[in-house]
Design a protein around this ligand. Structure first.
Ligand SMILES: Nc1ncnc2c1ncn2[C@@H]1O[C@H](COP(=O)(O)OP(=O)(O)OP(=O)(O)O)[C@@H](O)[C@H]1O
Length: 285
């Protein structure tokens, strides 16, 4: 993989993304003209109301959008470009997608709930390696899996457990270990702490911060959870109906709420809501 010539692992340049028309459903533009950069080692928090395009951006940046079959509703880059690790994603050839995905860890929304029920923790974490190399040395694989498990603070006793034997927070940590097992340079995490216990949530947030420090990856982390963003993100970007409403440090964004969504966000925080979910801005906001 080519290095990022300009030094930024993620560069969005006037990026627009569309879901093409399918059957009776018309085409839908999910992202309009986004421009931003993520610096080496930086974690960018991404938030925005439901349907604002966060998951679409995660699917594009992680490359899964280009693996999805068109029949499943694949988003297409229709304007501008996204460069990730020097790879232009607009029109990326199919044959290049697996190698690209190798460098970008992706923790999808509901990753914990979607772990394969019939595989052990060890098998789940090892899968991305074996998908690429069936004959990977068994001992090296076992060591790598154990290191990842330790990295997400789970005991080795969990290796032979099945997902149903774990708590939601433990499952989320297994999903995170799996997303990081290939040692990616970029991590895209879609709501990594959603749906997990408040007590575990802080541990997962702290873990992401520590992993970032140890592995020096850059990350985009989608979260509605301000304490999580405070402990993991260097800056936040706010999406509103597919457009970039604000970007900066959390304090910069909240202290200068020029946009209705950011104003509503700041207001919700002032009212004591740490987790911002589905802010209702009314039809004209
Ligand atoms: N496969 C698809 N086909 C057509 N439109 C889609 C598809 N997936 C998402 N969309 C639309 O694109 C818009 C952005 O969706 P997206 O899932 O990216 O939003 P989001 O900000 O992640 O929302 P949430 O917080 O609810 O997960 C929404 O209006 C959604 O209805």
């Amino acid at each position: 993989m080519r290095g990022a010539a300009h030094g930024y692992p993620i560069v969005l340049n006037d990026l627009s993304v569309e879901y093409p028309a399918r059957g009776a459903s018309p085409a839908y533009v999910a992202l309009h003209g986004l421009s931003l950069t993520v610096a080496p080692g930086e974690v960018l928090g991404l938030l925005g109301s439901a349907g604002s395009g966060k998951s679409t951006l995660a699917k594009v940046l992680s490359g899964v959008a280009f693996e999805t079959r068109a029949a499943e509703g694949r988003p297409l880059i229709t304007g501008g470009d996204a460069m990730v690790l020097g790879q232009s994603l607009r029109g990326i050839p199919k044959r290049k997608v697996p190698e690209f995905r190798f460098h970008v860890g992706y923790l999808p929304q509901d990753a914990a709930a979607a772990l394969p029920a019939d595989r052990t923790v060890a098998e789940i974490i090892a899968e991305p390696i074996l998908e690429r190399d069936r004959r990977y040395n068994g001992r090296a694989l076992a060591t790598r899996v154990a290191t990842m498990l330790d990295g997400v603070r789970l005991s080795l006793g969990k290796l032979e457990k099945y997902p149903y034997e774990l708590s939601g927070g433990q499952r989320q940590r297994v999903a995170l270990a799996r997303a990081l097992v290939l040692g990616p340079s970029v991590l895209i995490a879609d709501e990594p702490t959603a749906g997990i216990d408040l007590t575990v949530r802080d541990a997962v947030a702290q873990l992401i911060g520590e992993l970032r420090d140890q592995h020096t990856f850059s990350a985009v982390i989608i979260s509605h959870d301000l304490p999580v963003l405070r402990s993991t993100a260097d800056r936040i970007a706010v999406l509103d109906r597919g457009e970039l409403a604000a970007i900066g440090t959390i304090d910069e964004v909240l202290d200068d709420p020029r946009h209705p969504y950011v104003m509503a966000l700041a207001g919700a925080l002032d009212a004591g809501h740490a987790i911002i979910d589905d802010l209702d801005l009314g039809p004209t906001a």
